[in-house]
Design a protein around this ligand. Structure first.
Ligand code: NDP
Length: 455
């Protein structure tokens, strides 16, 4: 270990922790220890491994308030949301505890014998986590990796490592193989570089920007690592004139401004059928103005600050003089990295606001005239992570849901993530699937065994 990372509360700008940063030797040692832990883990019985995942869920549940407060202070996330998200972490481990003894193979009809498949664990899995949903996204990868018989090294983002560090301590206190889940703190360019190139790491589960995802792929290519990449997004929220407009309006602000817009699933392009554009815009701005921006530790807060001064600068760079943005709320003055929501109606289709992932509280509302045009606009992006469709026509809902190029679509809802269902991207939003039974494919190798029945 060498330097210390000063962790800052983005709502107050106070230093709330100083965290040792691992160097290359520490990261390499963690991988070596993980190799040994995995051998022990896979020798344990199915029921013992199931119980271990249940125990992890249990300790998270016992510490929901503590973990939620860490997440709240570290990310600037409203406490009520943080509590819900940590509850989701416990649920994720409970779900995958139930999966441990349901990882199935096939028997395949062949000539001259019996053929069967097994799903074998990969070995050491490295989870490189983002700063926006630190422990939830880490858990979406840790839990299925463990359920499939792997050990895990987790690297949280430097900006928001606290909940993951505490989680690591809680897991280490359980009666599990030593070093089964290790948390290694440090910068991506050091720890990330070791994890993505070390020959004993079999798989990388990375969540973050598309650019860093590309760097991870390049580094992982040398040792042919398996990859799950969950990257950026620029999701569309498509509102047809035949929708229940009041429901669509009520849901829309949360789906783009939730987590202060720092959400890979943010529906930051709101495509609205021109016939209802004026009503939608008026309602959307009114609903947005009703959101409380302020102290994340208050139970009534909807929006906290952005995660860092640097990130606020990046988000603010989208608000150039030629952008006609409506200010839809009042953010507190400093200290804190505050930014009130902005709404831009009918921006230039080629502008950065329409094309780039902003990861902040800026929404573009874009009119369309036909279903065909809505689908074309929704797909006119390098990304393909999530999205919503609002309509009362079930045929249209299914046509559009099939036509949009995204990994997840919800109809008359703004949900993207459920523990039981697969989550991941099309196009440059990444590949591989987190969550649900589908995630298990990404944490196992498919082995085929043939047994001759010849006499
Ligand atoms: P990054 O993609 O750079 O960071 C994500 C994670 O990758 C962090 O843990 C980071 O570590 C790590 N990392 C950084 N460089 C490397 C590397 N060379 N090898 C391995 N791991 C590495 O995101 P940023 O924090 O820079 O955010 C930039 C933008 O990315 C955001 O504005 C947003 O658009 C997008 N983003 C998308 C997310 C999503 O959920 N899909 C989540 C976060 C960001 P560390 O930060 O500690 O150096």
């Amino acid at each position: 270990m060498n330097d210390l990372n000063r962790v800052i509360n983005p709502a107050t700008e106070e230093v709330i922790a100083e965290i040792p940063m691992a160097d290359t030797a520490v990261a390499e040692a963690a991988v070596e220890k993980s190799v040994i832990a995995q051998r022990e883990w896979i020798r344990m019985s199915l029921s013992a491994r199931r119980d271990a995942l249940r125990a992890i869920a249990g300790t998270v549940r016992d510490h929901v308030e503590e973990l939620a407060l860490l997440e709240c202070r570290d990310v600037g996330k409203p406490i009520a949301e943080a509590r819900g998200e940590i509850g989701g972490v416990a649920e994720c481990f409970e779900y995958y505890a139930g999966v441990v003894d349901k990882i199935l193979g096939d028997t395949i009809p062949v000539e001259g014998g019996v053929d069967m498949t097994f799903r074998e664990p990969l070995g050491v899995v490295a989870v490189i986590a983002p700063w926006n949903f630190p422990l939830p996204i880490a858990s979406w990868n840790i839990a299925p990796a463990l359920a499939a018989g792997n050990s895990v090294v987790v690297k949280p983002a430097e900006l928001t490592p606290l909940s993951t560090i505490r989680f690591g301590e809680l897991v280490a206190a359980l009666d599990l193989p030593e070093n089964l889940v290790q948390v290694v703190t440090g910068p991506g360019r050091v720890v990330g570089a070791v994890l993505t190139s070390h020959p004993s790491v079999a798989k990388i589960s990375f969540t973050g920007s598309t650019e860093t995802g590309q760097a991870v792929m390049r580094s992982a290519a040398g040792t042919m690592k398996r990859l799950t990449l969950e990257l950026g997004g620029k999701s569309a929220n498509i509102v047809f004139a035949d929708a229940d407009l009041s429901r669509a309006i009520k849901a829309a602000p949360g789906s783009v401004f939730g987590n202060t817009g720092q959400d890979c699933c943010a529906r930051s392009r709101i495509l609205v059928e021109r016939k209802v554009l004026d009503d939608f815009v008026a309602g959307f701005i009114e609903q947005t103005q009703a959101m409380t921006i302020g102290d994340p530790e208050s139970e009534s807060t909807h929006l906290g600050p952005l995660v860092s001064a640097a990130h606020r600068e990046t988000v603010s760079s989208f608000l150039t003089d030629d952008v006609d943005a409506v200010l839809a709320g009042n953010a507190p003055d400093g200290p804190g990295f505050w930014m009130a929501p902005r709404v831009v109606v009918a921006p230039d289709p080629g502008s950065r606001i329409v094309r780039d992932e902003i990861f902040g509280p800026i929404a573009a509302i874009i009119p369309f005239d036909s279903e065909e045009e809505a689908v074309r606009m929704a797909n006119d992006t390098i990304y393909g992570l999530s999205g919503s469709i609002w309509t009362s026509d079930v045929g249209r809902a299914l046509r559009v849901a099939r036509a949009v190029e995204t990994g997840t679509v919800s109809v008359n809802s703004n949900s993207s993530v459920r523990i039981q269902t697969p989550f991941g991207g099309f196009k440059q939003s990444g590949f591989g699937r987190e969550l649900g039974l589908a995630a298990i494919e990404g944490y196992t190798e498919l082995k085929n065994v043939f047994i001759s029945t010849a006499e």
